[in-house]
Write a protein that binds this ligand. Structure first.
Ligand SMILES: NC(=O)c1ccc[n+]([C@@H]2O[C@H](COP(=O)([O-])OP(=O)(O)OC[C@H]3O[C@@H](n4cnc5c(N)ncnc54)[C@H](O)[C@@H]3O)[C@@H](O)[C@H]2O)c1
Length: 343
């Protein structure tokens, strides 16, 4: 298949593209390159790409693709809280516009990177895809709006699917330090402390970046009736842990590290335990990576690449990196690139 992957230069996209290529797909990327230079270890080999802002994509640029995998977004809650309107512009409006243009261009399959955080505050019971959605942040709200608006344009020729990914973990050449396991392992390697800022009680389902990539690959190939307008939670029940349990797994992996639950950020209402049986039963998908294996992988990669505090807390953390691009005059206040070569 000829596949357009938006956000291909992000944390997940950089892991996903080679997996799609190895499976025989002809991949083209689309990214404005916010994190293109945020690389740990050897530089990844990017596919041919459209170096444009998602908000500017045209129907002509989408002609000829069999499928779109849509990852590009302002990808976490702190970014959404800093600039809710920009989060809605990019994550909601530009995503729905992309889906409409893709449909107009004759693209038949649209796989969207949604999130389990759409469940918000869901208590201790396992939530399935039919549970009420209770997004607690602009980021999560933007994901719900895209699911609703894109489902509304589905028809016989256009099949969207919504992959509600658990929080990702694991090494990517374009690392993200602001997701829980990657953060806790990095903190432990750099300071000796496994530092939990909440009280540690919220549930957080986790899934490895490569397992997310495999879920998208399976949805690319699946019979249309199995993915048409479907929402699937992506992850495994084994990785439904509390933040404190995740932190304990890190202590087990990083030598001489100590667990510190500071509670300084106050209670975190975002808490959900997720049921992943729908994707298992419909598509035979199983997430393979456990949290201890992911922590061990991260420990090995961080130490062999010589991770520094400066890189970890600034370059690989989404919010401070974007703020530094704004201060440097590379991005304007609406997160558009100021140079004339992009966007
Ligand atoms: N990483 C996770 O834990 C996780 C979990 C659930 C869902 N998701 C979703 O998966 C997707 C990818 O996540 P990620 O962790 O790789 O995020 P990321 O921040 O690493 O990557 C996002 C990519 O989108 C690009 N982008 C952002 N705005 C753009 C714009 N206006 N035009 C063009 N490109 C733009 C960025 O340059 C970046 O390369 C996101 O939609 C995210 O919400 C991620």
């Amino acid at each position: 298949m000829r596949v357009l992957v938006t956000g291909h230069q992000g944390y997940l996209g950089t892991v996903m593209v080679p997996i799609l290529q190895e499976a025989g797909h002809d991949v083209v990327g689309l990214d404005s390159g916010f994190f293109a230079d945020c690389v740990l270890g050897p530089a990844p080999k990017d596919p041919p790409s459209l170096q444009i802002d998602l908000r500017d994509v045209t129907v002509a640029q989408l002609v000829g693709f069999d499928a779109v995998i849509h990852l590009a977004a302002l990808s976490n809650d702190p970014l959404g809280a800093l600039a809710p309107q920009i989060t809605y512009d990019i994550n909601h409006h530009a995503s729905v516009r992309l889906a409409k243009l893709a449909k107009q261009a004759g693209v038949r399959r649209f796989l969207y990177a949604s999130t389990c955080s759409v469940y918000g505050s869901a208590g201790d019971e396992l939530v399935t895809e039919s549970a009420p959605l209770k997004p607690l942040t602009p980021y999560a709200e933007s994901k719900v709006r895209v699911e609703d608006d894109v489902a509304a344009i589905a028809d016989d020729g256009f099949s969207p699917a919504f992959l509600r990914n658990a929080t990702a973990f694991g090494f990517s050449p374009r690392l993200r330090a602001d997701i829980v396991l990657n953060n806790l392992v990095g903190h432990a390697v750099l300071t000796g402390d496994v530092r939990v800022l909440s009280d540690g009680t919220p549930w957080r389902p986790l899934v490895h970046a490569r397992d997310i990539a495999r879920a998208f690959l399976i949805c690319l190939r699946a019979p249309t009736h199995k993915i048409h307008c479907a929402a699937y939670n992506v992850g495994t029940e084994q990785n439904n842990l509390t933040v404190a349990e995740i932190a304990e797994a890190v202590v087990d992996v990083v030598p001489n590290s100590t667990l510190l639950i500071t509670g300084e950020s106050g209670p975190d209402p975002r808490s959900y335990r997720v049921d992943f049986s729908a994707i298992r039963e419909a598509l035979g998908y199983e997430a393979a990576w456990s949290i201890p294996d992911g922590a061990a992988e991260l420990f090995k990669e961080y130490t062999s690449a010589g991770l520094t505090s400066d890189a970890f807390f600034k370059r690989f953390t989404r919010l401070p990196h974007l703020e530094s691009l704004q201060r440097a005059g590379i991005l304007d206040e609406s997160m558009r690139r100021i140079d004339s070569s992009v966007g």
